[in-house]
Design a protein around this ligand. Structure first.
Ligand code: ATP
Ligand code: MG
Ligand code: MG
Length: 353
């Protein structure tokens, strides 16, 4: 039987493997630093759990396989410059921006984008790392080492942040989960909640935006679109050509989770609309120690990534799903976690229907 190789062996790879197991699929995440000679067969399939990778013994073997799904899409979305160019070309709304070149000046940034401008490194940023604020009131200048390596974006005064996770099959069939409402604190995703009745009016608009993009790229698999909601408008913040943290709730709250949908799509298996079960919410575990007392909470599922705990590092997540909102509220009340969790838990409590 053919193998589904995953470039990268972090938590996303592990959860893809977990999702493939009941389907009888042999999913094998590969650590990019592995020096092993992989037993690749021509009928195998290759996917990735990360947008970009260094050239290593492992990645060279995987990236030269003829069945690497979406291989040419990765570099185009992994570079924020070409990602933004794709959005502009497809007339998909995004924060106004310009490329930071060797001769770019802060004056130009303030003139064209306003008094607060967010520079983002073109490659490699995640969890808000790789950002730099330019503030006219503080006369911030563009550091020399950001020139030629970043884009500059207008600061968006958004109402809230939502994301859409969708899947596209080899024949172009698409399916989407309900929009997810996300809370970021200091650039890191802390909590998500879905579905929300009040986001329903935005669903078809969001689906049309992500469909247009996935179709243009002839994309196969799960893709996530992070958006800013400004009134009834959606601006695309960024795209992830992979399973996404804001879709983790689907493990508890949907008949087919995002990991299974990705595996099904890249393996060419049938796709169906997912049945969404009840109310879900997700809490990321960031820089906190494992605590099995969490397992006392009704409606909770724990995912611990077995990573060394460091401040600011995502080391797991908690999914909650229940048809009884009181069970979810009770779980939030009982979770005793350090700052800034009280803020994140209160946010979830407020947004629960
Ligand atoms: P991720 O972990 O989601 O990949 P990232 O490091 O790639 O994060 P972004 O998603 O671009 O970074 O930004 C992180 C967060 O910073 C956003 O979710 C949002 O809260 C804030 N942010 C990003 N761009 C803007 C903007 N133009 N205006 C205001 N806030 C922004
Ligand atoms: Mg990102
Ligand atoms: Mg993001």
């Amino acid at each position: 039987m053919s193998v589904l190789w995953v470039l990268g062996a972090g938590q996303l790879g592990a959860m893809l493997k977990q999702a493939g197991t009941p389907l009888g699929l042999d999913v094998r995440p590969v650590d990019i630093e592995s020096t092993e000679t992989l037993a690749l067969s021509p009928t195998d399939i290759v996917t990735a759990e990360r947008e970009e990778w260094p050239e290593t013994v492992a990645t060279k073997q995987l990236a030269t396989h003829s069945n690497f799904v979406n291989l040419t899409t990765f570099p185009q979305l992994a570079d924020r410059l070409t990602q933004k160019q794709w959005l502009d070309r497809l007339a998909l709304a995004t924060a106004p921006w310009f490329p930071v070149e060797s001769d770019s000046t802060a004056t130009y940034a303030y003139e064209t984008l306003g008094e607060r401008v967010l520079m983002k490194q073109r490659r490699g940023g995640y969890d808000g790392k790789g950002q730099y604020w330019l503030k006219q009131s503080e006369e911030t200048e563009i550091p020399e080492d950001w020139k030629g390596r970043a884009i500059a974006e207008q600061a968006i005064n958004f109402d809230e942040e939502v994301s859409l996770v969708g899947v596209r099959g080899k024949d172009g069939e698409t399916h989407f989960y309900p929009l997810t409402l996300n809370l970021h604190i200091n650039g890191i995703l802390y909590a998500s909640i879905s579905p929300l009745e009040r986001l329903k009016p935005l669903q078809s608009k969001a689906e049309a935006m992500l469909s247009k993009l996935m179709d243009a790229l002839d994309y196969v698999g799960v893709m996530a679109m992070e958006c800013f909601r400004v009134g009834d408008k959606l601006l695309i913040n960024e795209l992830a050509p992979r399973v996404h943290n804001s879709g983790h709730w689907t493990q508890a709250g949907a008949s087919v989770c995002q990991f299974e949908n990705h595996v099904r799509a890249v393996a060419g298996l049938p796709l169906t609309p997912s049945e969404v079960k009840n109310q879900s919410m997700m809490v990321n575990l960031i820089g906190v120690d494992l605590n099995y007392d969490w397992l006392n909470l009704q409606g909770l599922e724990l995912y611990w990534y077995k990573k060394e705990v460091r401040p600011g590092r995502k080391v797991g997540h908690l999914n909650f799903c229940s048809g009884n909102p009181e069970i979810l509220q009770a779980a939030l009340r009982k979770l005793n976690m350090p700052a800034p969790y009280p803020e994140a838990l209160a946010w979830l409590s407020e947004h629960l229907p």
